[in-house]
Design a protein. Sequence first.
Length: 434
Amino acid sequence: MNFSLRWPRTLASRLSMIFLVGLILAQALSFGVQYYERYESAKNTMLGNLETDVSTSIAILDRLPANERASWLQQLNRPNYGYLLDEGTAGMPMTDSPMAMSSIKEAIGKDYPMTYTDIPGARKHFQVHLKLADGSPVTIDVRPAMAPLSPWLPAVLLGQLALLILCTWLAVRIAIRPLTRLAQAVETLDPNARPVHLDEKGPTEVAHAAKAFNAMQARIAAYLKERMQLLAAISHDLQTPITRMKLRAEFMDDSSEKDKLWSDLGEIEHLVREGVAYARSVHGATEEVCRTHLDSFLDSLVFDYQDMGKDVSLEGKTDAVIDTRPHALRRVVVNLTDNALKFAGAAQLEVASQADGSLSIKVMDRGPGIAEEELAHVLEPFYRVENSRNRSTGGTGLGLAIAQQLALALGGSLTLSNREGGGLCAHLKLPAAK
């Protein structure tokens, strides 16, 4: 198996790794320096004590009667060295000179001739052999060992590591939170809805980014409003010359050319009206919100279609009273229903409450449906699946775009999907009833 190190993809993981690795390395370096200083200090102290202790112990043993020396060994022995009243253990002559041996030489080397042997075994140690003034042998058994670590030191190190992780998490969270808020604001940016301004408080960089985003949001909204006003003005102004042209066509003699001209003027007038409706739909959020009983609202709409002899039915009940913009909601449902009647001759409405509290309105038909690759594009303005310019088949390409804009203005969403067995399902999802 091949393992490769990859640079983390998220900013939070990158910052966390940089902080943690840097702090752990700094902590390890600090611990290493402190441990080395502690080792040197302990070694110097031990060697200094060794010289004093060995010289004192040998002087005591030399002055004690031979029969009393054994009783003093327990008091003279130390954890790292002790005294034997014999020739010691046979070993190999020492080739190097440990620091402890140098200290012993300095302590008693001038008064007592000494020999040194290296004792093999699981624990390496050496022995110093000498004779007292009365000729009795004495062996100093030296067992070098590192100063033991304090039992609480691992707990302290683990506590420091936990503190480093906690501080890193807090630092990364503080650094990432403004970026997260900015990303969420960008994802939910909707020039058609009421703008939600970012909080401009906090560090200088965060406040500057929030101000820049709020200014950008205001510029986008102003730009869109200007373009929609331009579209609405052009569409509105075109209605007057179109009306004059239709009046003049009325006075023309009956002919095929008159019929074609009348048809063309009708298409232009319909396109202009749809343009005005689309421009108004972008600002659908300006309509006043009022309490609406959804079941009664849909019943009234379906009855209007049935009174006109249209095959429109309604299934389901919610008994929900919602705060919505009824004219905008009616325009959405009417556009979807008209689209179903146009291509299938019948429309089936279905209303239901979702598990998350939101409301679902589906407008379904058994028409030809839409190719999967076209579903996302048909919600765009002036996009038509059919290339024909005939209004009765191709349409203007604004009906679904208007429905999409008004659905967003209502705080909901509009999605299209093909039904099993053929046909199209337009799913309007509205916010939860309050």
